[in-house]
Design a protein around this ligand. Structure first.
Ligand code: ADP
Length: 274
């Protein structure tokens, strides 16, 4: 009688254990599949510009008595080389944000400086499309984190806003402090009047190499890694990135990060005073 009662008690526990084990295996398989997909994607993305470069160099050799054609092919070689450089740089950035602990050399970072840097990075591209960039609310705000990672994250959001917007539109960057449960949070919202993103795509754009329109992304030098980098940076800083969008109207990407409180700044700069 007792043995039966015990086994009746153990049995559900046993099946739960088996279930956990199965879930664990499924999760391990999923991670393995994601890793394999990533390697396949990287290989494919590298092959495309390398293949183009190899064909173009042959074309240059065949056209050696036609200076105009040589110049045309050389121009396209330059575009492919830039594409390759961007891709390798973004892969390095991604692996860095995935592997390094950003809080090891965290410091208070001025939001107005991050925003100015992001705007500078896109000034040329915005200028050619006559896109106006405007920032507000950034004065006296500081976030807590790794300066170069935060700059890369915000830079990617502003760059996307410019890339996925038609000419003569506006990109706005607005920052503010909001009270969160675990202390104050700084919100930086990047708003564009661009093509927007469907609900279905919204769920996937933060995945590595996911693009709504691969041809359009490539045409602007996109690698499909930008938002994956932003998401990693936000998460490793204890923050998050969210998107609001309406197709054909525009998008707002909001980065939420922990504030670098003044008290913490002071403790950091003058530990002896505390
Ligand atoms: P990419 O290098 O292609 O820009 P991202 O990871 O930065 O890669 O973005 C992934 C995809 O999300 C883009 O290819 C684009 O389809 C979409 N996307 C990102 N930002 C915007 C935006 N502001 N407006 C519309 N679509 C966007």
């Amino acid at each position: 009688g007792e043995a039966l009662a015990v086994s009746a008690r153990v049995a559900p526990l046993g099946s739960r254990l088996v279930l956990l084990l199965v879930e664990d295996l499924t999760e391990a398989r999923r991670i393995e599949a994601v890793r394999r997909d990533f390697v396949a994607n990287v290989s494919h993305e590298l092959k495309t510009p390398v293949g183009a470069l190899s064909l173009l160099s042959e074309a240059v050799m065949d056209a050696s008595d036609d200076p105009e054609a040589v110049e045309r092919f050389a121009g396209r070689m330059q575009i492919e080389a830039t594409r390759l450089t961007n891709l390798v740089q973004e892969l390095i950035d991604l692996s860095r944000v995935q592997n390094d602990d950003p809080l090891e050399d965290a410091e208070p970072v001025r939001v107005d400086e991050l925003v100015a840097e992001a705007i500078d990075r896109c000034r040329h591209q915005a200028g050619t499309k006559q896109i106006t960039m405007a920032a507000g609310g950034t004065a006296d705000l500081h976030v807590w984190g790794n300066r170069s990672q935060l700059a890369a994250a915000l830079g990617n959001l502003v760059e996307n806003a410019v890339n996925y917007s038609p000419a003569r539109t506006r990109v706005g960057i607005a920052a503010r402090r909001v009270s969160g449960s675990g202390g104050d949070i700084i919100e930086v919202a990047v708003t564009d009047q661009g093509i927007g993103i469907s609900d279905k795509d919204k769920e996937r754009i933060f995945e590595r190499f996911y693009r709504v329109d691969p041809a359009r992304s490539r045409a602007t030098g996109g690698t499909g890694l930008g938002l994956a980098i932003v998401k990693h940076v936000a998460a490793s800083h204890g923050g998050e990135v969210t998107v609001w969008s309406s197709e054909g109207q525009g998008s707002t990407f909001t980065l939420r990060l922990p504030e670098a409180g003044l008290a913490r700044d002071r403790a950091h700069q003058h530990p002896a005073l505390d």
